[in-house]
Design a binder for this molecule. Structure first.
Ligand SMILES: [Zn+2]
Ligand SMILES: [Zn+2]
Length: 294
């Protein structure tokens, strides 16, 4: 086992709802940053990351006070030196970036500015597992809502599993990749809840980097706690609560005929290199943690 025994969700203070991948009229989105702030705040969001294509940094013309926090971000895309294509959301950088820089130089600059680098929609792009392990990505979008809309290829679960095998610190958020145009109208289909003391950009970014968040497409993970390797989760009513380990390893609680589940307790085996909790409601919508110990 390569991981340290540190439980990732210690210090749980409050969950802040956010979306890590939103496009505005500054690239190919249909809403201005100010309109997005109002829309997302209306659905209970505390923050969004503006991840416009090659346009970095939150704009200065947001309404004051802004109805939610807007984090700096950018979506870079292009081929690397092997010819593989990537889309990469960089959270917490202001650029400037220019396509002429090329993908790898731009990623280096984003990292120099302290950004968290998340491989975007790898199934939609056509990335291999080897692609996901290249370039030292901090994580991968485990769910991309607009890629599901486009051709059903919104899952990053396979790529995330390979990244977790290498390091349990790899994060696996659900994101909207919202454009909110006639062609791509969907939003509020995948989000995260961040465990942080206050919803300020710097505190949120540190918590995202540390993987102190859960992802959801509907059901709500309310509480997580650990005593040693025994982990307790409480949640909105669901049909399944799973402990998801490496390769074929797993445990599960199921409400097949009886009342819904709202709590689960699992002991994570010492020889599992990574483990996360996943819940699934009656509609098949899921929510999940990052690796519990990292
Ligand atoms: Zn993209
Ligand atoms: Zn995008």
């Amino acid at each position: 086992m390569t991981q340290s025994p540190r439980f990732r969700y210690e210090g749980l203070t409050r969950w802040w709802k956010g979306n890590l991948h939103v496009h505005s009229t500054r690239s190919d989105g249909g809403k201005t940053p100010a309109e997005l702030a109002v829309l997302y705040a209306g659905e209970g969001y505390d923050f969004i990351v503006l991840a416009d294509h090659w346009v970095a940094g939150a704009p200065d013309d947001l309404p004051r006070p802004s109805p939610l926090a807007v984090l700096d971000g950018v979506e870079l895309d292009g081929d690397d030196s092997t010819g593989a294509n990537f889309h990469v959301v960089c959270i917490g950088c202001r650029g400037p970036f220019d396509r002429a820089m090329g993908l790898e130089a731009a990623m280096t600059e984003a990292r120099r500015q302290g950004a968290v680098l998340v491989l975007a929609h790898p199934l939609w792009t056509g990335n291999s597992a080897e692609d996901a392990l290249r370039h030292g990505f901090d994580g991968v979008e485990a769910w991309n809502n607009v890629a599901v809309w486009l051709n059903g290829k919104g899952s990053g679960a396979f790529h995330w599993d390979r990244m977790l095998d290498r390091s349990p610190s790899a994060i696996g958020p659900a994101v909207d990749d919202a454009h909110i145009t006639i062609e791509h109208p969907l939003w509020n289909g995948g989000w995260i809840h961040v465990d942080a003391s206050v919803p300020t950009p710097a505190v949120l970014l540190a918590a995202i980097r540390a993987g102190r968040f859960v992802s959801s497409r509907g059901p709500v993970i309310r509480f997580l706690a650990a005593r040693g390797r025994e982990v307790t989760v409480s949640c909105s009513p669901v049909r399944f609560i799973r402990l998801v380990g490496p390769s074929h390893h797993g445990r599960r609680l199921a409400a097949l005929d009886g009342p819904s589940l709202t709590e689960g307790v699992f002991t994570v085996p010492d020889d599992w290199a990574h483990a996360r909790i996943e819940i699934e409601d009656e509609s098949g919508r899921r929510a999940w943690t990052n690796a519990l110990f990292a």
